[in-house]
Design a protein around this ligand. Structure first.
Ligand SMILES: [Fe+2]
Length: 197
């Protein structure tokens, strides 16, 4: 078994423990029963150095998932999605996400999409949207979550935020970084989020 595969197996096990610890995740979706290893190649980005240096404070429940994510970072297929025109140069250097499981994930699933995202301190992720419904869970650090038509929430480890289909939302970090584990359900799982026009 390759190091990458063993590391991702540990991450998937830690993600399942996280899922079992958070009722909001269990209510959002069943744990997928169609997971198969997809063997996607690593795509390193500068976000790895920032995540490694400043992963943010976890709590007792999220620490094992945070540490499994740190171990996986060098092997992950990191994506940036946005252009410099949309989010700026600094954002693209200190942000990144990868798909642990889903239609184009390290583990293939058609039932759900599980992604991991990181933002360094002092970043603003402007209003964006997507068809699938979404549940953010905060693994470490903190962020301010804004959603059209709902109250703004500042969330730390163990916090969750639900985003309805195509409802624009945004987030920002202040003095701490933010590491999140995100679930998507519903139609359009393979599409990327897009900035709200
Ligand atoms: Fe979203």
């Amino acid at each position: 078994m390759t190091t990458a595969r063993a590391t991702f197996d540990k991450l998937l096990a830690a993600a399942h423990e996280w899922y079992m610890a958070l009722p909001a995740m269990q209510e959002f979706a069943d744990w997928p029963d169609d997971l198969t290893w997809a063997g996607r190649p690593p795509v390193p980005q500068s976000v790895i150095a920032h995540l490694t240096k400043d992963p943010g404070t976890a709590n007792d429940t999220s620490r094992s998932l945070r540490d499994a994510l740190l171990a996986t970072a060098p092997f992950a297929e990191w994506r940036l999605t946005y252009t410099e025109d949309e989010v700026g140069c600094d954002f693209l250097k200190r942000f990144g996400w990868f798909e642990l499981a889903g239609p184009t994930g390290h583990f293939h699933s058609q039932q759900i999409r599980m992604t991991v995202g990181y933002w360094g301190p002092g970043l603003d992720y402007g209003r964006h949207q997507h068809e699938p419904e979404e549940l953010y869970t905060i693994v470490s650090g903190a962020g301010e979550f804004r959603l059209d038509g709902a109250e703004t929430l500042t969330l730390g480890p163990g916090g969750t935020r639900f985003h309805p289909s195509e409802q624009p939302h945004a987030l920002s970090t202040s003095d701490k970084p933010l590491l999140v584990f995100v679930l998507w359900r519903g139609d359009g799982l393979a599409a990327d989020p897009r900035m709200t026009a």
